[in-house]
Design a protein around this ligand. Sequence first.
Ligand code: HEM
Length: 129
Amino acid sequence: MDTSLIARSLELVAERGDPVPHVYARLFAQHPQMEKLFVRDTSGGVRGNMLTEALSAMLEFAGGDRYGGNLMRAEIVNHENLGVPREVFAVFYTTIRDTFAELLGAAWTNDIDAAWRDLLVRIDAALAR
Ligand code: HEM
């Protein structure tokens, strides 16, 4: 998998502004029961941090996985305690991919799409471990 294509897609998304509201709008449209779990996040800061942390774990995972996969697996347990079922936890990376593809439109190229598809398969396998 081409990690530089993943990184490039993140740069292109960042150039288009803050993706946080878009990612969570998609997540809550598909999993409405998750929105109320963010009740303590009155400023939106937790949502933003969560996306940042999820992306940095993902990039580390993609670029060698010294700790990214372990961090994600540890967060599964933390999130189960928050009320996030593990199968919902796992959809977050797909939600990110779908949101970014939508935000980039024509700039979401076939090779970027292939790199993400490959990465999501690997993340699913790592989370199931
Ligand atoms: C659909 C899946 C997910 C849902 C519904 C979800 C939900 C939540 C909620 C409700 C909180 C706030 C907890 C609180 O009030 O203290 C939170 C925090 C957090 N989540 Fe998730 N989460 C998901 C996926 C992920 C993933 C994949 C990661 C990646 C590692 C992650 C990392 C974090 C981190 C680091 C925080 C703490 C942020 C902070 O307090 O600043 N989450 N999550």
